[in-house]
Design a protein around this ligand. Structure first.
Ligand code: NAD
Length: 547
């Protein structure tokens, strides 16, 4: 279906609504501590601002002001204070970015793998040195707590560190297939690649793709989320400081027009997308239609199964942390708890513990989680809570109307726990907010049936002290990432991401060995060098017989 015919997605409606609602002027709504941090971000970094100036495009090694007439306000979700304005990169600027990446590819793809390894090593050093700035930008634009923002960076940094192994990862195979005849494979880059990121991990997701694409010899066009591009801009500048030649990484901005330009451009060979179902399906189909390799990580509904023999304290704390951390805006958030048998009697304690969680601006002491990303997102989430009420669910803990006195305009939603059934909207749809839906099941088999019927397959977890129960669950559950007494089983990058079912479109997953495969193509060469032709052999004087 043509995208023009689809209604505007909720988050873009939100952006428009925010833009017309006129954000609070720069710096005016920030705490004193946040204000000085915002000023420092604007002073120290060329591509981003937290004091109301414009975010730049990064093209051919330069941070350049866009000539667009379409700007998107980025505001602090705790106070609606203007931080920066993001351009909808113009078609001409987009073309310049692709040109820069195409030119740079000619030399970058031929640099030695040790040069590219050195870049990745220097990038990890730069990221460690400047982690505070990246985490600060994330708190301001995205709203998560400072500790959580550091985790966002750390999980990306782990991918950078794993990419320092690139010489070994790119080793090919050779075998002598016949006398004096060798067949070998070489892993070669694809060309110009593109990466389209979501709002919820502004550092981690760009860092899933930048090191893997560049270390394998590709050049990259990155389009960060238009809602929080600051971390990506700082990371781009750090790539430059780490010695990355001009044009190897370029950053463009915007929404549907920029994304469609990526999908359609014939010089772009591959797209890595992380985000919601609707955009992901569109990008996958449009990108594939123009012959591109596409990997698309999509939405999720992750269930935690609580067995009666679980270590109760560990299980309840793990479920709460995974449900409410980052205000539930993680693709691996536990959004459904399945209480099995007598574990159902633990529900009151789960609720009591959830009540103690503190919601506040991300720099404030004691904040467990922050606001949700936008007023539109808040409206969507509170609408889903209301739908549970209408459909007969029980709202045990209601986060609607949560107030933070120092930040009256924030997109606050307190921890919410709903007892529901699998037919209700709050169960069927991804909520992406601080809402835990509780479902009851009589047996492990019933819990497995619930999870396996769910369309998504990103993550799941079981809490039990029985190895046999855990093993049966792990073997039979149809979900790609399984935790046993581990609430958020995101594989570290010696493995690859392995979400499945409706949580993934494509064939080759992100980072780890999958990342190397995604960003490379094999060339297989068969060569014959006859031993008798070696220079220095004696000439044959016999009558040729053609044998
Ligand atoms: P989103 O789909 O709204 O946006 C992601 C990217 O796509 C952004 O860069 C945005 O500009 C672009 N985009 C949005 N709508 C578009 C459209 N109609 N056409 C073309 N491009 C469009 O996602 P989000 O709200 O930023 O992120 C949250 C979603 O991402 C959740 O569904 C979450 O589960 C998912 N997510 C998945 C993973 C994973 O690994 N599976 C990780 C993080 C987030």
């Amino acid at each position: 279906m043509s995208l023009a015919k689809l209604p505007l997605p909720a988050q873009l409606r939100g952006v428009r609504a925010m833009a017309t609602a006129a954000p609070r002027p720069a710096l005016s709504g920030l705490s004193a501590a946040a204000k000085s941090k915002a000023e420092k971000i604007s002073q120290d970094w060329k591509g981003t601002s937290a004091t109301g100036a414009n975010t730049k495009n990064f093209i051919g090694g330069e941070f350049v002001e866009s000539k667009t007439d379409k700007w998107i306000d980025v505001v602090d979700p705790a106070s609606q204070t203007l931080l920066t304005r993001v351009p909808e990169t113009t078609p001409a600027e987009f073309e310049q970015a692709v040109d820069a990446a195409s030119q740079a590819y000619k030399t970058w793809s031929r640099t030695s793998v040790l040069t590219r390894q050195r870049f990745v090593m220097d990038l990890q050093h730069q990221l460690r040195q400047n982690g505070d700035a990246i985490a600060t930008s994330i708190v301001l634009e995205q709203g998560k707590t400072y500790a959580d923002a550091q985790g966002d960076l750390l999980r990306g940094l782990q991918v950078v560190e794993s990419a320092t192994n690139i010489p070994t990862a790119l080793l090919g195979d050779t075998i002598e297939v016949s006398k004096d005849m060798d067949t070998s494979t070489r892993r070669l880059p694809l060309g110009v690649c593109a990466s389209i990121a979501p709002f919820n991990f502004p550092a981690m997701i760009p860092l899933w793709t930048i090191p893997m694409a560049l270390a394998t010899g590709n050049t990259l066009i990155l389009k960060p989320s238009e809602r929080d591009p600051g971390a990506a801009m700082i990371i781009s500048e750090l790539c430059q400081r780490a010695g990355l030649p001009a044009g190897v990484l370029n950053v463009v901005h915007g929404t549907v027009p920029t994304v469609n330009a990526i999908c359609d451009h014939p010089s772009i060979k591959a797209i890595s997308f992380v985000g919601g179902d609707r955009a992901g399906k569109h990008i996958y189909e449009r990108g594939r239609a123009s012959g591109k390799r596409v990997q698309a990580n999509l939405g999720a509904k992750n269930h935690a199964v609580l067995m009666p023999d679980a270590n109760k304290n560990h299980a309840l704390n793990s479920i709460l942390g995974a449900a409410f951390g980052a205000a539930g805006q993680r693709c691996m958030a536990i959004s459904v708890a399945v209480l099995v048998g007598t574990a159902q009697s633990w529900l009151p304690e789960l609720i009591e513990r959830a009540k103690k969680l503190k919601v506040n601006q991300g720099f404030e002491q004691g904040a467990d989680f922050g606001p949700v990303i936008s007023p539109a997102s808040k409206e969507r989430i509170t609408g889903l809570i209301a739908s549970a009420e209408e459909e007969g669910g029980i709202i045990h803990l209601d986060g609607r109307g949560y107030e933070v006195p120092a930040f009256p305009d924030g997109n606050w939603i307190g921890p919410t726990i709903i007892e529901a059934t699998t037919t209700m909207r709050c169960y069927r749809e991804e909520i992406f907010g601080p809402v835990l839906t509780v479902i009851t099941a009589d047996t492990l088999d019933d819990a497995l049936a619930i999870i396996n019927e769910n369309k998504y397959g990103n993550g799941t977890a079981i809490f039990t002290q029985s190895g046999a129960t855990a093993r049966k669950f792990e073997r039979e559950v149809e979900v790609g990432q399984v935790g046993i007494n581990v609430p958020i089983p995101v594989p570290l990058p010696m493995f690859s991401w392995s979400g499945n079912k409706a949580s993934f479109l494509g064939d080759v997953p992100f980072y780890g060995p999958g990342g190397v495969n995604f960003y490379t193509q094999n060339k297989t060469t068969t060569a014959l060098w006859k031993a008798e032709d070696a220079i220095g052999n004696k000439a044959s004087v016999d009558m040729p017989t053609h044998h």
